[in-house]
Ligand binder design. Structure first.
Ligand code: SF4
Length: 246
């Protein structure tokens, strides 16, 4: 790449150029060093979340960890969120919940997921995260390329709506995740042993069959593959994005 081309790159592209082959811990350390108190991690406390949470706990256990409690999560996920945070020594996990007003006007019977999953994700995930993330310049996600779909082209560092997003595990596959979890004796999400390789809200998550994509059980039987929290808001903010660990 020529000097002129490099000068045309934005901050996210420059960081991605530096970090695209780096270890996840190196990416995390750079993110924390560069953005300090203006950085947060968004975690679902899902099937693979323990790896990234453990890495963060080793570097900065008081990093804000934003957890989207949609009101529709499995009880096992809520228990896991409490137990894993305590075990790893994470001291700053923040539960983000939908606004009462949004639920009262848009989903008063808590059954919107039956008729409009995009709208349901919007009030239960997108809006609560938007309210919380406004105070940060950058955030960290747990997305990985091996999850397929649009995630296949996931950058290690990207920019959306003026915020830098770090994806430290973008390059990692299932083997590396499993090896790390084993080496550090990390407890799996309790639903993994029941065939859930990816865990979201209970109405929209099913077990996946052997050989299926990791996220095959999410919104199974519909075209929806992502919740919408990564969609550029100028595009509408409620559907079709490049995913999250959510
Ligand atoms: S995953 Fe399903 S239940 Fe959860 S917010 Fe989205 S549509 Fe609603």
């Amino acid at each position: 790449m020529s000097l002129d081309s490099i000068q045309d790159l934005g901050p996210a592209q420059l960081l991605d150029r530096d970090l695209r082959a780096a270890r996840p811990q190196t990416i995390l350390a750079r993110a924390i060093d560069r953005y300090g108190d203006s950085l947060a991690l968004v975690s679902s406390f899902g099937a693979e979340s323990a790896v990234l949470l453990h890495m963060v706990a080793q570097i900065k256990p008081d990093l804000p960890v934003l957890f989207l409690d949609t009101g529709m999560l499995f009880g096992q996920t809520l228990d896991y969120r409490q137990q894993l945070a305590a075990r790893l020594g994470l001291t700053n996990v923040r539960d983000l919940r939908p606004q009462f007003q949004d639920l009262a006007t848009t989903d008063p019977k808590a059954d919107l997921w039956k008729t409009n999953t995009d709208a349901c994700c919007h009030i239960r995930k997108v809006l609560p995260l938007d309210r919380a993330i406004g105070g940060y310049e950058a955030w960290i996600t747990g997305r990985k390329r091996f999850h397929g779909g649009d995630r296949l082209r996931l950058a290690v560092v990207e920019e959306t709506d003026g915020k830098i997003k770090f994806n430290p595990l973008a390059n990692w596959g299932k083997e590396e995740l499993d090896a790390y979890a084993l080496a550090h004796d990390l407890p799996p999400h309790p639903l993994v042993e029941f065939g859930y390789p990816s865990v979201g809200c209970w109405p929209c998550t099913q077990p996946a069959d052997e050989g299926e994509d990791v996220r095959a059980g999410r919104w199974a039987g519909s075209d929806k593959t992502e919740c919408g929290i990564h969609l550029t808001r100028a595009d509408g903010g409620a559907a079709g994005d490049v995913g999250a660990d959510i």
